[in-house]
Design a protein around this ligand. Structure first.
Ligand SMILES: [Zn+2]
Length: 355
């Protein structure tokens, strides 16, 4: 092991280990999940770039210091926290489109991504899918998730997703319980979640579920709907397609809550063979803890870009893996290539053939 795990060393190591395996980012949001805003102007230079009016684009670049993921917070002043969150969220999404995401992926050395939009009002799903296709379909490296459609009752979800799959090239379903006010521990929320799972199983679509706390939401109970305590109420075995608990269920959790959360996650993994977890947007210590506690064959790499630059999430993951794993090359390929591609039913060969 080298004396210091510099970004250059880690990136070179990953490039070498991944020469025959395309690395994949399983968790990118094409649009701001807080506002669901899809209104952008075409920015003439370069192609594939969509921007807010009057904003010039600077491609992502390595920063001299790594920084860390947002410190979990239980801010007393929820209104202030919500304003801060909205502002940061809007800023992260000044620009989007295939060019922005490909700049991120190429800087980190990744080959493709699953795009996960979230909508927070009824009727917005179609507009979002249409905008996503307009902004990303010029690049075959992207796969699309369908946002959970707000306002569709449980008995209408199967038909809804069936039609969506016919009309759009969707490969997964995204459910962000905290942001869409869906509490899996309530009868209504549970019915929606389980109807989604039944539909996903029939249609062969993986479901990606936000896992953890989201600070700054009102009413405050909503912040908890995605925690593992709530998610563990669901019968995830209703689908035989994969279910991926994002952030390993630990988003926004302080270090002292990790052991309990991960023991609930491990119970879920043991009970439901289709359940997986992604390691997106966690602090270095949390990723290390997840890697120490959870079976590698159930883990997937994701960044949570554009909230965090892909390179930063990737380096944090590589560092954690290098520090914790007895066989980091093997685990790297498993977590960042084999597992995500299997989840989306893409073979390595098909994937390389697409380029
Ligand atoms: Zn996310």
């Amino acid at each position: 092991m080298p004396n210091s795990l510099t970004p250059n060393f880690l990136l070179e190591w990953a490039r070498e280990a991944g020469r025959e395996h395309p690395f994949f980012d399983f968790h990118i949001h094409p649009f701001d999940v807080l506002t669901g805003d899809t209104t952008y102007q075409v920015n003439s230079q370069p192609p594939g770039l969509f921007s807010k009016p009057g904003c010039s684009y600077h491609p992502p670049a390595f920063a001299p210091t790594m920084g860390e993921a947002a410190i979990p917070s239980r801010m007393q002043n929820v209104a202030a926290a919500e304003r801060a969150l909205l502002l940061a969220s809007r800023l992260a999404y000044t620009h989007t489109g295939s060019r922005v995401v490909s700049d991120h992926l190429e800087l980190a050395g990744l080959s493709g991504a699953l795009l996960l939009p979230v909508v927070r009002c009824p009727g917005a799903t179609e507009t979002t899918l249409a905008m996503m296709q307009e902004m990303f379909s010029n690049d075959v490296r992207y796969f699309y998730g369908c946002p959970f459609p707000i306002g569709v009752p449980p008995e209408g979800l199967h038909e809804y997703f069936r039609v969506a799959k016919d009309n759009w090239p969707i490969r997964a379903i995204k459910v962000h319980s905290n942001l869409i006010n869906l509490d899996p521990a309530s009868p209504v929320g549970l019915a929606s979640m389980e109807a989604t799972l039944e539909a996903a199983g029939c249609l062969g679509l993986p479901v990606i579920v936000h896992g953890g706390r989201t600070p700054g939401l009102t009413p405050a109970e909503k912040m908890e709907y995605g925690t593992l305590e709530h998610l563990s109420q669901v019968n995830w075995g209703l689908s035989d397609a994969p279910v991926v608990i994002a952030h390993a269920g630990c988003y926004g959790l302080p270090d002292d809550e990790l052991p309990v959360a991960l023991s609930i996650l491990n119970n879920m993994l043991e009970k439901f063979p289709n359940v997986m977890a992604d390691v997106s947007n966690l602090r270095l210590f949390a990723i290390q803890t997840v890697l120490r506690s959870v079976d590698r064959s159930r883990l997937i790499f994701g960044s949570d870009a554009l909230y965090v630059p892909v390179w930063k999430a990737w380096l944090r993951f590589l560092e954690a893996l290098y520090l914790v794993s007895p066989n980091p090359e093997k685990d790297l390929v498993k977590i960042a290539s084999t597992n995500p591609l299997q989840c989306l039913s893409i073979s390595d060969q098909d994937y390389f053939c697409e380029f």
